[in-house]
Design a binder for this molecule. Structure first.
Ligand SMILES: [Zn+2]
Length: 99
């Protein structure tokens, strides 16, 4: 199989896993976290860089699956620089995303 196809297939699997994780987090967080972890593993194996819309579901520090309003908190910073402050409620790590 050509490289491009492998990556495309991997990306499809990753999207499905993340979507499942988002839906199942309320029912079974451990399962959701496992799916998210598996998605990351697949990305690593095929050396695929996850796009931001998927990366935002992982804490940069503890690498757990986090979801706004569930186990992460999103605040808009009031300083001159407009930024989102995302707090991981699992390890309390705060990181910023510039808007
Ligand atoms: Zn964390």
């Amino acid at each position: 199989m050509r490289k491009q196809e492998t990556k495309l297939l991997a990306y499809e699997r990753i999207s499905i896993l993340i979507n499942n994780a988002i839906e199942e987090k309320h029912l079974d967080y451990d399962l959701a976290n496992d799916q998210a972890r598996l998605a990351k593993k697949i990305a690593k194996r095929v050396r695929l860089k996850l796009p931001y819309n998927i990366r935002q579901f992982y804490c940069k520090k503890c690498k757990n699956f986090i979801s706004p309003g569930y186990n992460s908190r999103v605040r808009i910073g009031r300083s001159q620089v407009k930024a989102l402050r995302i707090t991981c409620l699992k390890c309390n790590y705060v990181y910023r995303k510039l808007l």
